[in-house]
Design a protein around this ligand. Structure first.
Ligand code: ZN
Length: 473
């Protein structure tokens, strides 16, 4: 009898210590969201973090049961550490604009830059340690920065979030058990509210037309916030066009022609704070092809491009699930994105250092590794297309002309890749994430590889579903 009781107490204690985060949301957290603004500075060799503003932003929209991020995604990870127990009570992987900037040529030359970023966490009830972890070259996380924060201090801004024009596009339930997608618009002139909402619904339709978003549609809520801009369009510095827009979105990030990001983190987050959100899509009211996506930050897309639907889905793949680009032939600004002798953290890219331990081995069905494919012929086709694209751009071709070229390439490459011996099968196809050699993608074709209508490959789909689970349960 006594022995049984001892065992029961022991089991009870064990179960308490084994699942503190799962049982503990109401014990650890107030239920509100704490936004921590940061300044992320450095060069390719040095990195510094400084604390900015602390701000309470409405009810916590994330999961209250899955507090620890076990997906392993992200170049960085934020951890909330309870004191004095030093127990990690919340964690979440993310990437950042800084994380890309530090791989550019300028950063390699020792030029310093400061990029604003923020982490949003459930507000702890007591003093806690905020810890930023960064992936080391061996891919394990090491502490980059830490700071003790007292939520009760006068440095935490508790003023009400200003109201905004929030529109519910499609709501399926409580933010705590749904993925809350927030669509923002930049460069929309004041008389374009209806156009913005139509664009937001079109983006929602594009996303939920593709699996696994399609089959998990009811795990999402979609809202939009209308934010008028003083005039039409966003900044395009390479074309000499400058616009002061409310969210700060612009083309030519890192001097890349089609890369649309906002470096004004505080500005867009102050707008976004009016609605619950786990993930953000920023539409720009532009025809010019462009977009961007940073894991656990936001995705951007040009709403009027003929390829807007593709842009939304592809860029959202980056921002939502940390998917890497599977393409390798386009010219991009990163000069040293991933050393091919290290296994990348991106779930859909492998260096195939040990085929036996391939991270998606369970999805491979008898395909040889690496998987032979007609790379030489594809590369020749691709090079010819790049040359035409560059020449057309140099001649100032219109968006309609560029889109016609995309259509041609899409038709050709869809047929070429579908004719592959191992088309449709999961394997390890050489050529991925800006590297022609040494990095491999999971399938001959995927929306992270081309603009073709082939959806996400099974490896990308699985990574997306893992994040949906993390945010909606
Ligand atoms: Zn893929």
């Amino acid at each position: 009898m006594n022995r049984n009781r001892t065992w029961m107490i022991l089991l009870l204690l064990l179960s308490l210590s084994a699942a503190p985060a799962a049982a503990g949301f109401d014990g650890w957290f107030t239920g509100d969201t704490l936004r921590v603004d940061l300044y992320h500075s450095g060069t390719a060799a040095e990195e510094r973090i400084a604390l900015g503003r602390l701000r309470i932003e409405g009810p916590w929209p994330g999961s209250r049961t899955r507090l620890l991020d076990e997906t392993g995604l992200g170049k960085y990870r934020v951890e909330v550490v309870a004191l004095p127990s030093n127990r990690v009570i919340y964690s979440r992987g993310f990437a950042s604009i800084y994380g890309e900037w530090e791989t550019t040529g300028e950063a390699n030359q020792g030029v310093w830059n400061t990029i604003e970023e923020a982490v949003r966490i459930p507000e702890p009830k007591a003093r806690f340690q905020l810890r930023l972890m960064k992936r080391a070259s061996d891919q394990t996380f090491a502490q980059l920065w830490t700071r003790t924060i007292d939520p009760a201090s006068r440095f935490v801004d508790r003023s009400p979030v200003p109201p905004a024009d929030v529109v519910e596009i499609e709501v399926h339930g409580d933010p705590a058990t749904k993925v809350d997608l927030l669509i923002l618009g930049d460069g929309y002139a004041a008389d374009r509210r209806d156009k913005f909402l139509a664009d937001a619904r079109k983006a929602r339709d594009a996303l939920f037309a593709v699996d696994p978003f399609k089959k998990r549609r009811k795990d999402f809520n979609t809202r939009a916030i209308w934010t008028p801009s003083p005039e039409q369009g966003v900044a395009r510095p390479r074309a000499g066009v400058y616009r002061e827009t409310p969210l700060g979105a612009r083309y030519n990030t890192f001097d890349s022609e089609r890369y649309v990001l906002s470096l004004e983190d505080k500005r867009w987050r102050d707008v976004a704070a009016a609605a619950p959100y786990d993930t953000v899509l920023i539409l720009v009211d532009e025809r010019k092809y462009g977009g961007g996506g940073i894991f656990n930050l936001y995705a951007t897309a040009a709403a009027d491009s003929a390829y807007a639907d593709y842009l939304v889905v592809h860029e959202f793949g980056h921002s939502f699930a940390g998917l890497g680009d599977e393409y390798y032939s386009s010219s991009v600004a990163y000069e040293k994105f991933t050393a091919p002798d290290v296994e990348p953290w991106e779930p859909n890219i492998t260096a195939l250092l040990d085929p036996e331990k391939l991270k998606w081995a369970d999805l491979v069905d008898g395909t040889p590794l690496p998987t032979p494919w007609g790379k030489e012929a594809y590369d020749a086709e691709s090079r010819a297309y790049q040359e035409r694209r560059n020449a057309m751009r140099a001649e100032g071709a219109s968006e309609a002309e560029m889109e016609a070229l995309f259509d041609e390439v899409k038709k050709e490459s869809t047929a070429t890749l579908a004719a592959e011996k191992h088309a449709g099968k999961v394997g390890a196809f050489e050529g991925a994430m800006y590297e022609s050699r040494g990095l491999y993608r999971p399938r001959a074709d995927c929306i992270m590889f081309t603009r073709n209508d082939v959806g996400f490959c099974p490896v990308c789909s699985r990574a997306i579903e893992q994040v949906i689970d993390l945010l909606s349960r």
